[in-house]
Design a protein around this ligand. Structure first.
Ligand code: SF4
Length: 273
């Protein structure tokens, strides 16, 4: 894929790829594309970006190595031409990327070869969703998935690494519902001995609010595979795992796609949908 060739001028997909399609090694067609728009996050979840490693001196990607909005749009158009129907914006935390509604509007204008709009979604930690929900919805975002590991402030604050309060995430979820970014899905990473006592309270809460709650089993894959995480250079004992709710590498090599059915498919990236 040649990103240096400039943006695709048409509002439709490139004709050269309209008849093609992508499939994984099992022959399943590729429908979903996950796009990481930043490697930065305001949280320091213990299983993803522990503050002992991702401190003030941590070297995040240089701006020049992060895809521009125009490049993301171009890549998206190509993948839509190859059969992708759903785009999910992730990060680390996508809402720390400036002017994200501008990108959302660009992606919302893309049409599938049959003229249908895309299913355009976003995964967020919800911390600034109250402020961003309206502009994102106006720009064409359809749904959001919010990460929330507990309704208990002490438990949640310890897991997110910055003692961020539950109430503000809940308020962000409410804002998303208010502007029609639903059905809102909630991803809860469950860690034995850490927040398993939060499972039932979360289930009771979800049942009363109409959100879709999904439990994500903590899998410490990074410590079980040779080399672990490619950008990781810290001690194995606290390595970030593959249970990264929102996080995937945002470099020019890291636009990830997956085939359907994806639920339960071990992709090694953040599992949300
Ligand atoms: S899991 Fe999500 S919210 Fe937590 S540090 Fe990683 S990207 Fe940020």
């Amino acid at each position: 894929m040649n990103l240096a060739s400039g943006p695709v001028p048409s509002a439709t997909v490139p004709a050269a790829v309209e008849t093609g399609g992508l499939a994984d090694t099992l022959g399943r067609p590729l429908h979903d594309l996950r796009i990481s728009v930043t490697d930065r996050c305001n949280f320091r979840c213990t299983y993803c970006m522990p503050k002992e490693v991702f401190g003030p001196d941590f070297a995040f990607l240089p701006r020049a190595d992060v895809l521009t909005f125009e490049e993301i749009e171009q890549v998206s158009r190509v993948f839509v031409g190859l059969g992708v129907e759903k785009l999910r914006l992730t990060g680390a935390e996508p809402l720390v990327r400036r002017d994200l509604p501008v990108l959302v509007a660009m992606l919302a204008a893309i049409r599938r070869p049959d003229g249908a709009p895309l299913d355009l979604t976003l995964t967020t930690n919800g911390s600034t969703l109250r402020r961003h929900a309206g502009p994102l919805a106006e720009a064409g975002l359809r749904r959001v998935t919010v990460s929330l590991d507990s309704l208990d402030d002490e438990v949640f604050g310890a897991m997110n690494g910055i003692e961020f309060p539950v109430a503000r995430v809940l308020d962000g979820i409410a804002a998303a519902v208010e502007v029609g970014l639903g059905p809102v899905k909630i991803n809860m990473v469950v860690r034995r001995g850490i927040n398993e006592a939060s499972v039932l309270p979360m289930a009771r809460w979800a049942r009363g609010t109409g959100v879709t709650l999904r439990f994500i089993e903590f899998m410490d894959v990074a410590t079980r595979t040779a080399g672990g995480w490619t950008r990781w250079s810290g001690p194995t004992s606290s390595s970030p795992s593959s249970t990264r709710r929102c996080r995937s590498s945002p470099s020019r090599r890291a636009i990830g796609a997956r085939s359907r059915p994806a639920i339960g498919t071990p992709t090694g990236t953040a599992r949300s949908g």
